[in-house]
Design a protein. Structure first.
Length: 212
């Protein structure tokens, strides 16, 4: 009967020893690779997005042919000496009524040795341009020499005539007329030398084009 008071302390000691001998829970080992991946991902998210490279700016390509010595207006182009320029004769006569697609009159000059005239008229269905050649020739000053010469220049039938003039400064020249599209054109030049006129005409027609 005297041993009962020692039972409770003995049991407590046994429980304490059993508890101290029980296996402890293992502490998980940190996953170093996972930590690295998380750090890299965070860094990438925090980095600023680089500015996108703008698309290349298109620039006009150089003109394939030189515009020097070339007149382009009223939906046609024609060559002329580089030292002169065409003027709208109708506009100088009447500011409110310049040349148009259907009717025009240009001139260019280089005093005292050259004068060039160019006229055109819209005439659908016309195949013979001689009537406009007669129009550009001046009955008081121009005299055709020889017979008319018919030239095939690209797909255009051109009537051409050398002329002499009553103007002492420019006694020689030539005139021509042709059809292009729905218009008829006529061209004339006065020069100081007889062989200059044909060369100027060849220069004009070498660069002549017209549109509708």
């Amino acid at each position: 009967m005297k041993t009962r008071p020692l039972l409770f302390p003995t049991l407590s000691l046994i429980l304490f020893l059993l508890a101290s001998c029980a296996p402890k829970k293992a502490v998980p080992t940190p996953n170093l690779q996972l930590q690295i991946d998380q750090a890299v991902a965070g860094t990438l998210i925090a980095m600023p997005i680089p500015t996108q490279v703008p698309p290349p700016t298109p620039y006009p390509t150089p003109t394939a042919v030189t515009l020097e010595g070339l007149y382009c207006e009223y939906q046609f182009c024609i060559g002329h000496p580089s030292g002169v320029a065409f003027y709208d004769h109708l506009a100088t006569q009447n500011i409110g009524a310049p040349s148009t697609y259907g009717n025009g009159f240009l001139y260019a000059y280089q005093i005292p040795n050259m004068v060039i005239s160019l006229i055109w008229l819209q005439a659908p269905g016309t195949t013979d341009p001689k009537f406009l050649l007669d129009t550009i020739l001046d009955d008081q000053a121009d005299v055709p020499t020889g017979s008319l010469d018919v030239k095939l220049i690209r797909d255009m039938n051109v009537v051409y005539a050398p002329i002499t003039t009553s103007i002492p400064e420019v006694p020689f020249g030539s005139a021509a007329a042709w059809v292009c599209g729905d218009r008829v054109f006529a061209w004339k030049v006065y020069t100081q030398q007889t062989d200059t006129a044909s060369a100027l005409f060849d220069e004009a027609m070498a660069r002549f084009t017209c549109g509708p």
